[in-house]
Design a protein around this ligand. Structure first.
Ligand SMILES: NC(=O)c1ccc[n+]([C@@H]2O[C@H](COP(=O)([O-])OP(=O)(O)OC[C@H]3O[C@@H](n4cnc5c(N)ncnc54)[C@H](O)[C@@H]3O)[C@@H](O)[C@H]2O)c1
Length: 425
């Protein structure tokens, strides 16, 4: 089949590459000329495992353009994968989505518009109305939300837990189902509103688990239990399962924070106060800041102290720093008067971390530091030469914001070690 993908970002590129891998012909369209030029020259603008290889392998079936007409000339399905960032009120900003809808030219044949961007419930209905106003009755509409996670997106796309297809007209849903026919996964067909809600509810549930285990971690700290063991024991219960029960310094990224706000706002706009979700968001905000308290308890005032942030991306396997805990932490530490150094193996913090000394290696970031904070669980940090790290630091203190290091090993190297929700001694 022939697919046009609007948006060459984290989702659009993975979608385009994976559909090409499934044998479809794909044109990816973006408004950023430099991005499209780079892609045409074989450069991949983001760090995502397996993406570069997939784009290269399927280059015969993939092309890139800035032109709407070129993208649409032969398309059977038009995917929308543009950004939907939060507005000041927390609602999703649908400006880019509406631009795509309004740019769609009249075409004689039937095409299906498939929404991959995460949008509030009711968006499909509004888009259907707008298409009708523009006389584009032969454009079908399908909600086909994306559940991939950055860092494992290619694998998630090709081996999903489920494919959700919400449509007004079942025949349009059939077209999108046909696109996925070589993927071995259950297909859930529904109305458009429910498909939109499945995406928001799934993300909210995952965030609820994270904030839940983070609060359990905080109580573990107060009572002398170890949240790593607690999570293991809880997760072995088949009714609960082990996923998203890792305590840490809170979630970030381009999806969870904005999608939780968007769902909370969507509920409020509909007259419902989503109390549980409001608490999940608040717990996450407080969790990011707890590291500062931990450092102060060990070091006293942070004024003039040098703190090394290890990891800047919101999670390992990506260069994405949108809403990363590292940004909040760096700002809080600087506000307390600390000097901050930082390192990340792939994220480029240019323009995002004013006054932070960016190091070329983890050891360089630790030079003269009073404390190291593990912000992102990059595997490189587990393998770091902690003896050498200790020798370079002014003071041997590690606050492990991801509970990824072995406390006994660190202590054997003369470090004070503090995790999240783990017994201090
Ligand atoms: N990032 C993820 O892992 C993920 C996972 C699931 C769902 N989502 C959702 O998918 C959507 C896209 O997210 P992303 O992370 O890929 O965003 P992104 O910011 O990486 O990419 C969006 C791209 O769309 C382009 N764009 C803007 N207007 C356009 C237009 N009119 N035509 C063509 N391109 C246009 C931008 O230039 C940008 O390159 C969001 O709604 C997000 O919530 C993201």
């Amino acid at each position: 089949m022939r697919v046009a993908v609007f948006g060459a970002g984290y989702v659009g590129l993975v979608t385009g590459a994976c559909f090409a891998e499934l044998g479809h012909h794909v044109v990816v369209r973006d408004v950023l000329t430099e991005k499209i030029d780079a892609l045409r020259q074989g450069e991949v603008p983001i760090h995502e495992e397996g993406l570069a290889e997939l784009l290269e392998k399927n280059r015969e079936r993939l092309s890139f353009t800035t032109e709407v007409e070129e993208a649409l000339s032969e398309a059977d399905v038009v995917y929308v994968a543009v950004g939907t960032p939060p507005t000041h009120s927390g609602d999703a900003d649908l400006t880019a989505v509406w631009t795509v809808i309004d740019e769609l030219p009249r075409v004689a044949r039937r095409i299906v518009l498939a929404m991959k961007s995460t949008v509030p419930v009711g968006t499909g209905r509004a888009v259907r109305h707008r298409l009708g106003e523009r006389g584009l009755e032969n454009v079908g509409y399908v909600s086909n939300p994306e559940f991939t996670a950055e860092g494992t997106a290619v694998n998630d796309f090709l081996n999903p837990d489920r494919i959700v297809i919400g449509s007004f007209d079942p025949a349009d849903g059939d077209v999108v189902a046909e696109l996925h026919k070589d993927i071995d996964a259950p297909i859930l067909r529904s109305d458009v509103n429910s498909a939109e809600m499945i995406k928001l509810a799934a993300n909210a549930f995952l965030m609820t688990r994270i904030s839940f285990i983070n609060e359990i971690a905080n109580v573990c700290e107060a009572t002398g239990a170890d949240v790593v063991k607690v999570a293991e024991g809880v997760g072995l219960d088949r009714r609960l399962g082990p996923h998203f029960l890792r305590a840490g310094i809170g979630y970030g990224g381009s999806c969870f924070p904005k999608d939780s706000l968007a769902l909370k706002q969507l509920a409020s706009n509909s007259g419902y106060h989503f109390q549980l979700l409001a608490a999940v968001i608040e717990v996450n905000e407080l969790q990011k800041r707890r590291v500062v308290g931990k450092l102060e308890r060990r070091l006293g005032s942070l004024r003039g102290k040098r703190i090394a942030l290890l990891g800047l991306a919101f999670k390992p396997g990506t260069d994405d720093m949108r809403e990363a805990p590292s940004l909040v932490l760096a700002g809080r530490l600087q506000a307390e008067g600390a000097e901050v150094s930082a390192w990340d193996p792939v994220a480029d913090p240019t323009g995002q971390l004013d006054g932070v000394a960016i190091a070329g290696s983890a050891l360089e970031a630790l030079e003269g530091a009073d404390a190291a904070v593990i912000v992102t669980e990059w595997p490189e940090l587990r393998d770091l030469d902690w003896a050498e790290a200790g020798a370079r630091m002014r003071n041997r203190l590690v606050v492990d914001g991801r509970n990824m290091l072995d406390p006994a090993t660190l202590r054997a190297h003369g470090f004070e070690y503090e995790g999240i929700g783990r017994a201090v001694n």
